[in-house]
Design a protein around this ligand. Structure first.
Ligand SMILES: C[S@@+](CC[C@H](N)C(=O)[O-])C[C@H]1O[C@@H](n2cnc3c(N)ncnc32)[C@H](O)[C@@H]1O
Length: 275
């Protein structure tokens, strides 16, 4: 069955964001999506495991940002379908005044997000229908500007979104967002890799042949390059389950989840930072 292209609203064909939503246990999916999701999961059992592990990483990363690193406002790029325990729910559980702007370029995600992402009235949330490849337009959006304080550091979340961008665009995107945000802002990245899960390469190759769907796993060096100009925070760029492993939940087969994750802080003066 032909898959809908990302960005296309078509309820008769499976759509990548609804397939992902189904793997996460969400309700915003249809029979066509579930059928493809089940077939993909049968061929590549690591895909749904990885989707869930990625969401659990968000549940570990946001509390660290709020509790330990003093972050009170977030910009979540490529936020995906609103599922349970989105960034604002996790952050507002710790600080009800936390503010979150979600950004996604997919109209299906946009349609679901606007109503479902409302949070604690003491904080604030907004959804911006925008493109990670165009940071200037996203940052100029009035919805974003109404929610984010321009003088306070921001938690820039880029989870499982950079593999959708060409490598040079991904590197430029992270850099442009981070340079435009206040000093002390911190980018959190999760990115698939074939470095330590070679069987995932087969999935990636198949995905690469699907028209309209780009989802590129990258090497450690390539993902590291996305932190250029930022100070990598401990424990550095590591396999997802090695990031605060004591909080990572069930292990076993998930030990080889094919994601690298890390956090990088924007220095006070990014123009003098390398490279
Ligand atoms: C795999 S989902 C990840 C969702 C969420 N960040 C998470 O980690 O669970 C990727 C999301 O990125 C969005 N996306 C892909 N390319 C994008 C782009 N150029 N700009 C903004 N969002 C994009 C997709 O629409 C999708 O919702």
């Amino acid at each position: 069955m032909e898959i809908a292209r990302p960005g296309e609203v078509d309820f008769t064909r499976p759509h990548p964001v609804r397939v992902y939503d189904y793997w996460l246990g969400g309700k915003d999916n249809y029979a066509v999506d579930r059928e493809v999701a089940d077939r993909l999961a049968a061929a590549f059992p690591r895909m749904p495991q990885a989707a869930r592990a990625n969401r659990r990483f968000l549940q570990r990363a946001v509390p660290r940002l709020v509790r330990e690193l003093g972050i009170r406002q977030f910009l979540d790029i490529g936020s995906g379908m609103p599922t349970r325990r989105n960034t604002h729910e996790v952050a507002q559980e710790i600080d009800p005044t936390a503010r979150v702007v979600y950004v996604d370029n997919d109209p299906v995600v946009a349609a679901h997000s606007r109503a479902l992402l409302a949070g604690d009235p003491r904080g604030a949330t907004a959804f911006v229908h925008g493109d990670a490849a165009d940071p200037a337009a996203v940052l100029a959006d009035p919805g974003l500007r109404a929610v984010l304080d321009p003088d306070e550091p921001v938690g820039l979340m880029m989870l499982a979104v950079l593999p959708f961008l060409p490598e040079d665009v991904a590197v430029r995107s992270v850099r442009a967002f981070l340079d435009a945000l206040p000093p002390g802002s911190i980018v959190t990245i999760s990115h698939p890799t074939t470095d330590f899960a070679p069987e995932y390469g087969e999935f990636a190759e198949r995905a690469a042949r699907t028209p309209g769907l780009t989802y590129t796993p990258r090497s450690r060096e390539q993902v590291e390059a996305m932190f250029a100009g930022a100070e990598l925070l401990e424990p550095g760029l590591v396999p997802m389950l090695a990031w605060r492993p004591e909080q990572a939940g069930p292990r076993g087969s998930e030990l080889s989840i094919h994601f690298l994750v890390g956090m990088g802080r924007r220095p006070a003066n990014p123009t003098t930072a390398a490279p």
